[in-house]
Design a protein around this ligand. Structure first.
Ligand SMILES: [Zn+2]
Length: 166
């Protein structure tokens, strides 16, 4: 079995937009659209073998679903922890390549020269480690924003590691 296959994949209900973006940053293939209704969510979860993430108790109880996780918290940080704990993700097991938070596409490293024309001058000057989403074309680079994201990811994983050790 390839490692890719072992990484859990998700589809999230309309209440869980921020959680979806965070799971993508953690590297989880996560489908989200504010157009998905319950029927569609169930269909995607079954056909695509994705864990359905929902805040809706009655949807979570659907007998049709094989893989479903009811999210209890309103707090984004707690929501991320609920998901990562459920799939037994700890810092040593959970270091996947991030996906595009906007569209869930795969992100690839690119040379600065090849995208220079597409980014502001100051970014050409200060940015490094450029990445591009192969689906939507959004460009990412190492900077303060990325640093904050990495920091929060690290903290959340540490908190999860601690709960596992208890
Ligand atoms: Zn994208």
């Amino acid at each position: 079995m390839s490692l890719d296959k072992a990484i859990p994949r998700f589809v999230a209900d309309v209440m869980l937009g921020s959680l979806s973006r965070w799971l993508r940053l953690f590297g989880f293939d996560t489908l989200y659209s504010n157009d998905f209704d319950d029927r569609e969510l169930i269909k995607i979860s079954i056909q695509d073998d994705r864990i359905l993430l929902t805040r809706d108790h009655s949807l979570a109880r659907s007998k049709l679903l094989k893989k479903v996780l009811l999210i209890h918290s309103d707090d984004i940080r707690e929501q991320i922890k609920e998901v990562l704990s459920a799939v037994q993700c700890s810092s040593d097991l959970c270091s996947f390549k991030p996906r595009c938070p906007v569209c869930n596409g795969e992100i690839q490293r690119v040379e600065k020269d090849s995208i220079k024309a597409l980014i502001p001058d100051y970014v050409v000057f200060v940015g490094h480690d450029f990445m591009v989403c192969i689906s939507c074309g959004k460009i990412y680079w190492h900077g303060t924003h990325k640093k904050k994201i990495d920091e929060l990811k690290r903290k959340i994983l540490q908190e999860i590691d601690r709960t596992h050790k208890k």
